[in-house]
Design a protein around this ligand. Sequence first.
Ligand SMILES: [Ca+2]
Ligand SMILES: [Ca+2]
Ligand SMILES: [Ca+2]
Length: 419
Amino acid sequence: MKKIVMAGFAAAMLAFGAINSAVVGNAAPDPSHVAGQIMVKFRDNGAAAGVLRQHGLSDGPGIGDTGARLIKVPEGKELQLVQALSRNPAVEYAEPDLVVTPATNDTYFPRQYALQNTGQPIDNTLDKRVMAAGTVDADVDAVEAWSVTTGSGVKVAVLDSGVATDNPDINPQVVDRANFSSSATRGKDQVAEDYYGHGTHVAGIVAAIADNGRGVAGVCRGCTILAGKVLSDSGMGSTSALANGINWAVSRGAKVINISLVVGASVTLESAVNNAWNAGVVLVAAAGNGGNENIFYPAAYPNVIAVGATDNKDLKASFSTFGPSWVDVAAPGVNVYSTFPNHRFALASTYSRSQGYDVGNGTSMSAPIVAATAALVWTTPAGTSSASVRTKLESTGEKVTEMQEFWAHGRVNAYNAVK
Ligand SMILES: [Ca+2]
Ligand SMILES: [Ca+2]
Ligand SMILES: [Ca+2]
């Protein structure tokens, strides 16, 4: 149920909104206004409830310090009610809540429904439709969150298959690398390279450079990445490598560790997890892609936030592992758009993915959205400890009715978590 814009992007967009123009931004046929709500300012707020009642409406919350109120209306009746209310002398103005898109100038931002869902269909890099139109605002409200914080200065460790050195939308965000995997390969500059592709995709979801005219935008666009390579070039890993990666991330100052990996239970792994948590690090892990309630680690450890997957209609992804007793939150994980290496990588042939940018599917894609949200929270007043960040993130999740039985705390909402 959210509005639009954030302050950061172009006063021009806000100005457009104020004069009530149609679709702002690119010419895509997105819905021009948010369904189910309008903005109304009364000359005298004392009259608000009575006027609204005449139209069968209830009063709503104020919108910042604008004096306007956000009023819920039946879907499809937005413009009709705007007109009717505008004629009422007690109303200073009424206007639709316009959808502003794109929110960044990143080429593929319109495909990042997870960040801002305007009900758009999703294409992959080859312009092949991969996802039908979604539900407006079935997203984590990343754009709105950026009006509060972009997570500047927070380090997120991505323990995965490495991060490609040749994708300019994510490589510059990587501030440190280490290799704990069984692959001794070296890429450009002799650093651990990603020849599998998974880690580059996960890292891009967290922190791809926003507003640089290319590619995608990370949910924590101001974050930096610690790229711990714990998966080999063929995507194989070990709990010892993962435990080493966790330990390294803590030593390098990570505030959040993302683990889009699932393994069996391991005393060593849980020790590494607990050490990181006790050192003040938030750990986030994919719940798994089993489509059932079978438990995976490290997500199931108490000190790790377990993340399930949703789609662009705010429904549970069919493949997502679930279970409100241990899956804490959910985030979009179906056709999530992000960065890939610009060289040959294993996932490209396995799943027909393009170099550069393409979609990924799995709770592996959901976890980094949550990790990035945790990173944003670290920069807010709630960011005093790993426990306070986790509590804020979980307590502000959206309890989507259709998914109540799947996760403990709903689908994350970055704006709710930071505001
Ligand atoms: Ca939204
Ligand atoms: Ca970008
Ligand atoms: Ca857990």
